[in-house]
Write a protein that binds this ligand. Sequence first.
Ligand code: ATP
Ligand code: MG
Ligand code: MG
Ligand code: MG
Length: 431
Amino acid sequence: MEKIRIIEASKHIGEMVRIGGWISNKRSSGKIAFLQLRDGSAYFQGVVVKSEVEESIFDLAKSLTQESSVWVTGIIQEDTRSKFGYEIHVKEIEVIGESKDYPITPKEHGTEFLMDHRHLWLRSSKQHAIMQIRNEVIRATYEFFNNEGFLKVDPPILTGNAAEDTTELFHTQYFEYDAFLSQSGQLYMEAAAMALGKVFSFGPTFRAEKSKTRRHLIEFWMIEPEMAFMDQNESLEIQEKYVAYLVQNVLDNCDMALDILERDKELLKKYTTLPYPRISYDEAVDLLQNNDFDIEWGEDFGSPQETFIANQYDQPVFILNYPKAIKPFYMKPHPDRDDVVLCADMIAPEGYGEIIGGSQREDDYEALQTQLEKHGLDIKDYDWYLDLRRYGSVPHSGFGLGLERTITWLSGTEHIREAIPFPRLLNRIYP
Ligand code: ATP
Ligand code: MG
Ligand code: MG
Ligand code: MG
């Protein structure tokens, strides 16, 4: 008899099969028991009819507890009434591992309790759906960049110097040296682009974010493409094409997950329309000031400001050309004015905030050196990085997309902690 996974049920209608799974729920009467089964691939229903099985099997079915693991043997049948479309008419049940007093029921417990039990919370259908979307975003990312001719490159995680804000760095010891966990692979990706042309990385990123928000993890994953011979406008075109591709693939391949999450698919569909609107930082400040926001030119936007701007559009929106003073040293100034840089943030709709930050990089040796000095950075630490401008410097651009931000948005989840299997948050490193 064939051992199958629930997801394959449609290919085995009318056949006797064996499935290993867990009992996620159960209902029974005197004559029939309905078992909600999950096996990690999907969910569906097992039906045990008293008159069709041995008495011991029916009694066993009635006694099964939540999250007990079982082998069930039965015949797959189409069932248009069930939301899964199929069910198994159970003939045999074998308990593999009993589960006594399963501690959590997601609908009934508060967040702290669920977070303490994250290892079990992951078994819920909502978390399952989010993890499927996470998988699809990763899969489609590799596919997209592969189709576009990018090479995947892995920058180091232990680094000797920091790309950006030093207050968020995780310090560690590297034998007799000081080292930091990577906050961004960008500088290395620039080197990779000079060697390989178009590259992207996908890796973990560590930031000691000191404030609690719904949008920040301490450990998150970032996709960082870097492109030689591309200016900021060409980079924006790649960015919107990439994000629209992610949305389309989630729509195409995560239908069931989106249903479980009750995500509005018509809304998601709008996010596949290109191009995405673009607004300059200057225009954004004017817009905010005209709507009673207390903001001066030169300040960075926080979540309320980003949400207000995003709400003017029904697609993701780019905010272009931020003030040089609030951006990192490596961004190239605008050719017509020195107070802003050639950069953009992509802001997700519906209040999900910044999902991409990107820029054209300073490619001039002298200008870069001056910027490093202005930022109080030690030129010695960046000697290798300056080499990229000494030996055949070219215009180049790149960006970083936050994986969990994107997943939070696509799945319509409240808080970023659900977009990663084991979130690292301020004051939480367990489980
Ligand atoms: P924010 O303004 O939201 O703090 P940032 O400007 O500091 O983000 P970047 O350095 O531009 O972030 O990083 C690129 C992308 O990484 C961001 O657009 C966002 O999607 C994601 N990101 C940044 N910080 C975090 C974090 N702490 N947790 C999860 N994702 C993050
Ligand atoms: Mg930040
Ligand atoms: Mg930002
Ligand atoms: Mg940013």
